[in-house]
Design a protein around this ligand. Structure first.
Ligand SMILES: [Zn+2]
Length: 540
């Protein structure tokens, strides 16, 4: 991120130019050429800056004004899957979310990495259509028609979702949203997708390469074709649907190679030619990074076989880091590329539509992984976002945190059990939550929502809108769900909404998905929001 702050600035300057009377620059170029020029110039400057920063001290970033952006007061968003509109009807969904949930901003999936209806008796609530027992299809891709001109610079050109016929979520839903005085945000969620590798030609070509030279299912943020694909999507939404799309919410739930290994998951990435070239440019030895990650992989793999090193797991882990500082360099290389891409997309969004909010979803690891938390620094993030949606899902947070702490006790803290290190962990993270054996069934408290909201608000210092995600039947990931796991009830929703606004939130996003929410819980959210907004209107 730090390498790309000047990029935001460059694009903002371009915005300022483009908003005034036709300038000599604009008389020479049409708008599209102008944007390309701005992007290319910014990318060039970013490279130049990265090189310059390798040799010169880091200077504090220049503040970028966001006066053009029009943020809605008392923002209440909700994420809506593409199939919900068809299964329940567009007007029926809008009635539900507006009347029951008091929602004023629809986050409609315009791109899905892979979605499937819910199963009756497992996670289907009291509305919607159940997945047919013999239906295993996963639908992925764009839920709107896009002009191919936005994807001329990438090999990924054919990614329209099949599965819902010619359904175009922007054309069909946005006008009805606006007719009700609500806003339509494009929700562009870019999690990893084995489905797109099969359904979208060339998608597999931009995949990351792991330690052993194998292609993964994760696209690489340094691959020029993937970068152009992501930029093309933003252009196709904001320039292609200028009168329908009111804002963009961008998300991607991924972490760097070290975080992944500490969390107990896959091999380290990315060692593709583009990442290797970028590493060499920054003076990082590729061979030593690979050797370091291989040694780390062996250590964590050994931990599952219970062959304890003489000096203990943590000491051995630290010894590997000392021997191969390239492990950390590669982690930073990945994270800088990931966040740099987001900064670039933000700049692009602002260049096309400076008044439209462009913000980011921040995954829940930001709250309970100390390692991921260190990398997702709000004080830096604030330079390239209009809003941040925090995945502060407190009910699912109980089982999820339990699973995370169990993972830590299989990798970096394998010398101890979660019960052993829980008190220290809570101190480090500023939490006061349940004892380990009750955490999954109790969930996290509303205090967790309040603390995470406050932390973000303090760090962004009023420059970015903070929207905590309110947990309404968010499912448990990983090892769960177990029958005793915490489930959301109306009172949980009321307390979480109050905790968010009590901490000073600028709005909330009812989470995760409309299709997962029981109606009594959605109603509890809406009723509480109306109370809070009525009270604040009285005060002002
Ligand atoms: Zn790569």
């Amino acid at each position: 991120m730090r390498n790309l702050q000047p990029l935001c600035l460059v694009l903002h300057l371009s915005v300022q130019l483009s908003n005034k009377e036709p300038s000599p620059v604009q008389s020479l170029f049409d708008r599209r050429s102008f944007l390309r020029l701005a992007s290319a110039g910014a990318a060039f400057l970013a490279q130049k800056t990265a090189r310059a920063q390798a040799t010169s001290p880091v200077r504090p970033p220049t503040r970028v004004g966001r006066t053009a952006t029009r943020n809605r007061k008392n923002f209440v968003g909700i994420q809506v899957r593409a199939y919900a509109w068809q299964d329940e009807g567009i007007e029926q969904v809008l009635d539900n979310i507006q009347e029951k949930g008091d929602v004023n901003t629809v986050w409609a999936y315009t791109f899905g990495y892979g979605e499937q209806r819910l199963r009756k008796g497992i996670n289907l609530p009291d509305h919607g259509v159940a997945l047919a027992p013999d239906d295993n299809e996963i639908v992925a891709g764009a839920f709107y028609d896009y002009d191919p001109k936005y994807f001329q610079n990438t090999i990924i050109q054919n990614f329209r979702a099949s599965g819902y016929g010619k359904f175009n979520v922007i054309e069909q839903v946005a006008p009805k949203v606006k007719a009700r005085g609500m806003d339509f945000f494009a929700w562009d969620l870019n999690n990893t997708s084995p489905t797109l590798n099969r359904t979208a030609p060339n998608y597999a070509e931009v995949a990351e390469v792991d330690l052993w030279g194998r292609r993964s299912t994760n696209p690489c943020f340094n691959h020029p074709d993937y970068r152009a694909f992501l930029s093309g999507k933003v252009e196709s939404l904001l320039a292609g649907y200028a009168s329908e799309v009111d804002g963009v919410s961008w998300g991607c739930e991924r972490m760097g190679p070290l975080d992944n290994m500490i969390g107990g998951s896959s091999d380290a990435t990315c060692f593709c030619n583009f990442c290797q070239a970028k590493a060499r440019e920054q003076g990082i030895s590729v061979a030593r990074a690979q050797a370091g990650y291989k040694e780390l992989s062996q250590l964590f793999h050994a931990s599952s076989r219970e062959t304890a090193p003489t000096d203990g797991y943590f000491v051995t882990f630290w010894r590997v880091l000392l021997k191969y500082p390239e492990i950390l360099s590669w982690e930073s290389l990945w994270t800088d590329s990931f966040q740099g891409m987001q900064a670039e997309l933000y700049g692009l969004g602002k260049a096309i539509a400076p008044q439209k909010p462009f913000g980011f979803h921040i995954m829940q690891s930001m709250t309970f992984s100390p390692f991921y938390r260190a990398e997702e620094d709000y004080t830096k993030r604030k330079n390239c976002a209009d809003f941040l949606k925090l995945a502060t899902y407190n009910n699912a947070g109980g089982p999820r945190m339990t699973a995370y702490l169990n993972n830590l006790s299989h990798t970096i803290f394998h010398d101890a059990t979660p019960q052993d290190f829980l008190a220290l962990y809570y101190k480090m993270m500023n939490y006061q939550e349940a004892p380990f054996d009750q955490l999954a069934s109790t969930g996290l408290s509303p205090d967790y929502v309040a603390k995470e909201t406050k932390r973000a608000l303090t760090d962004v210092a009023g420059e970015v809108q903070i929207y905590p995600g309110i947990d309404i039947n968010v499912p448990v990931l990983g090892a769960g769900p177990s029958p005793t796991d915490k489930r959301t009830g109306p009172e949980d929703v009321r307390l979480a909404v109050r905790a968010a606004f009590g901490a000073g939130a600028d709005g909330v996003v009812l989470s995760r998905e409309y299709v997962e929410m029981w109606q009594a819980n959605l109603t509890a959210a809406g009723d509480t929001l109306r109370e809070i907004f009525a009270q604040s209107a009285k005060k002002s």
